[in-house]
Design a protein around this ligand. Structure first.
Ligand code: URP
Ligand code: ZN
Ligand code: ZN
Length: 472
């Protein structure tokens, strides 16, 4: 047997398939043994019967992504991966975003420069395709897929990113030909613009009107259209940040037709509602401006059910970190601006796992296996990182979370991101990572972060290995 560097003893090991008692033997940063009564190793951690899950894979987060000025993301690879580690996430997949008029390769090279030597946990890149020119489609994208960038996001909204249907079809055809995963932001841009102009003309520009400009039907229509485009090309797709019932119904319908449509949801659709954007015209609602916007309590229930019954494939943070009280954040140039100008997105990398564990597993809404599947195993499979990531198995990286239970009140001052607020301030958590290991190294011990910038390695992704989902 390989000599062990570290044993995590008396673990209640949770995978997407099983929960069982074992010691976890680690050598060279990988799991090499799973059994009871493993021999003593130079380093020992007693999990004392506590639940141990795979380190989380946050497959949708934005870190140091270039923005149109004056907006600037608060988290770079250092602070973002610090927050990730302290919240039990050991792999992040942010986005190398192509600028319109520039090459995709340039975006990837620039993004490597931003990440290099800074990350505390491992990372891979998705691509954002915003300008699918013939050279991008025929050369850059296929070459990048072959090099390990096997997933890309396309937007149906946002002026600087959106593609029209013909462009989306072109990009989906490349995904099909080269076996990549296409992620789709599904909201109808023209409907949003039409509604926004009417709201502005009526003087309705406070943050809360962001939700009025993006009602569920604009998401429903775009979700249906994305499904139709994927059906035409005959390629699997993954619809990101699904917010509520009408989009869920479209995805259920697609599955019932036998179409391979995967779906992602995020904490904001479980724990926030449109009321968090303001019940009056207070600017504080800007903190919760994200797209699609949070809906209402009945939509939250739909999302919970769809997490439990397998409709959702992955649970990501969509961490898009902008400070509230900052000219580069939610107050562009230092001003309280009309909702159209508020940078979209909310922070959530550190709170994703503990919120779902507390409110999902400990409140009986999700099994432990489902929690692991949604937060680690499926994201690793969807983006070609499994079984190195996303599971506790012989040969997998020793990325582990030992869970502690007990009430904690969520306060931004306790978090490790560089954002000046959390939308979940004051929520009571019943569980929190008591220990996070990344490749066998302690990165978070329950109270202290253990920094080692550059510990995080760039991961080249393989092809997606999710099985086609045609039910429920
Ligand atoms: O509001 C959001 N979700 N901002 C981040 C960018 C995106 O569309 O995911
Ligand atoms: Zn999006
Ligand atoms: Zn996003």
């Amino acid at each position: 047997m390989t000599p062990l560097d570290l044993v995590v003893r008396h673990a209640r090991v949770a995978t997407a398939a099983d929960v069982f008692d074992a010691d976890i033997g680690i050598a060279g940063g990988r799991i090499v043994a799973l059994a009871q009564g493993l021999p003593v190793a130079p380093r020992e951690i007693d999990a004392a019967g506590r639940v141990v899950t795979p380190g989380g894979v946050d497959a949708h987060c934005h870190l140091d992504q270039p923005m149109p000025p004056p907006a600037r993301m608060a988290d770079d690879f250092a602070s973002g991966t610090r927050a990730a580690a302290c919240g039990g996430t050991t792999t992040v997949i942010p986005f190398a975003a192509q600028e319109k008029g520039a090459s995709l390769r340039a975006a990837v090279d620039d993004y490597h420069r931003r990440a290099e030597g800074r990350a505390h946990v491992d990372y891979a890149f998705h691509l954002i395709v915003s300008d699918p020119t013939p050279p991008v489609l025929s050369q850059e994208l296929p070459a990048l897929i072959a090099e390990g960038y096997t997933s890309f996001k396309v937007y149906m909204t946002y002026d600087d990113l959106k593609l029209d249907d013909g462009q989306i079809l072109d990009v989906l055809a490349v995904a099909r030909q080269h076996g990549a995963m296409a992620m789709i932001h599904a909201e109808n841009a023209d409907c949003i613009e039409w509604l926004t102009k009417r709201l502005e003309a009526a003087g309705r520009t406070a943050p809360r009107f962001h939700a009025h400009a993006r009602p569920m039907l604009v998401e429903r229509e775009a979700t249906h259209r994305a499904i139709a485009l994927a059906e035409l090309v005959d390629v699997p797709i993954l619809i990101v940040h699904v917010s509520g019932r009408e989009a869920v119904e479209q995805i259920r319908w697609a599955r019932a037709q036998g179409l391979s449509v995967f779906a992602e949801t995020c904490p904001q659709y479980l724990f926030l509602t449109a009321a968090d954007l303001g019940i009056d015209d207070s600017y504080l609602g800007a903190k919760c401006v994200c797209s699609p916007p949070p809906r209402d309590a009945s939509n939250q229930q739909v999302i919970w059910h769809a997490l439990a019954d397998g409709l959702f494939t992955v649970f990501s943070s969509d961490h898009a970190p902008f400070k509230y009280d900052a000219p580069e954040g939610k107050k562009p140039g230092g001003q309280e601006v009309a909702f159209r100008h508020i940078p979209n997105g909310i922070p959530g990398l550190e709170t994703r796992m503990p919120l779902l564990y507390s409110e999902g597993v400990l409140k009986g809404r999700l099994t432990l296996e489902k929690f692991v599947e949604l937060t680690a195993t499926n994201p690793a499979k969807a983006y070609g990182l499994h079984p190195r990531k996303g599971t506790i198995a012989i040969g997998s990286d020793a990325d582990l979370v030992v869970w502690g239970e007990g009430e904690r009140v969520l306060r931004n001052e306790h978090l490790h991101h560089a954002v000046d607020y959390t939308p979940y301030e004051g929520m009571k958590l019943q569980a929190w990572p008591a220990l996070t290991l990344a490749a066998g190294e302690v990165v978070w011990d329950g109270t202290q972060f253990h920094p080692r910038a550059g510990r995080g390695r760039f991961l080249r992704c393989g092809p997606p290995t999710l099985r086609p989902r045609t039910s429920p």
